[in-house]
Design a protein around this ligand. Sequence first.
Ligand SMILES: C[S@@+](CC[C@H](N)C(=O)[O-])C[C@H]1O[C@@H](n2cnc3c(N)ncnc32)[C@H](O)[C@@H]1O
Length: 208
Amino acid sequence: MNLTEHWNHVYQTNDSADVSWFQNRPTTSLDLIGTCGVAQGDGIIDVGGGASVLVDFLLAAGFSKLAVLDISASALDQTKRRLGARASEVDWFAADVTQFASPREFGLWHDRAVFHFLTEKADRQKYVETMKRTLSADGHAVISTFAIDGPEKCSRLSVCRYDATAISAELGAGFQLLEQVNETHVTPWSTEQRFTYFRFARSGINSK
Ligand SMILES: C[S@@+](CC[C@H](N)C(=O)[O-])C[C@H]1O[C@@H](n2cnc3c(N)ncnc32)[C@H](O)[C@@H]1O
């Protein structure tokens, strides 16, 4: 399957509020980003941000040097249209996270529901390598995946589900798990999906 075509098709054929992962307000992400204590100018990259409104809330909160990365240019186009003139304040990367070479460092890496699609070990290793190259030495990461009792598929694709032990093993010694938050997400058609959010800091051990 061509993943770029798959995700472009999803965003070209669905309204942004009509996908299972839609949120009016990404409350848990915003809370965890706040807890990381990143300065407003440190830079935040939303990986697999799609049409999420997280970037709208971060702009409104005064954060600068924001970026949204997604494999789907159609998703990014939706978000740019929604933001209007403010879209020019954000960097947009239409890229596969496993292949991405960031032009600059960021203080915070945010990913809601992207890492869990990487069902091949080699892709997960590339993701972690990208994250290490992209994050500053004192950076933080907020990563949200389906929980152990979450769905086995999303958007017709298989996922891997995580608890703290499993995701810490994937990220390795360069990242220290500081916090986890369980969330029950209610889809637009009122079904429940269990997510877990993990907040990491670079540990300094094998960090680059
Ligand atoms: C379930 S959606 C979540 C979107 C957004 N994070 C949110 O919370 O609304 C997964 C997103 O990841 C993107 N995606 C999937 N695989 C990707 C990859 N390998 N690299 C970059 N983006 C990817 C998809 O295009 C989609 O926008």
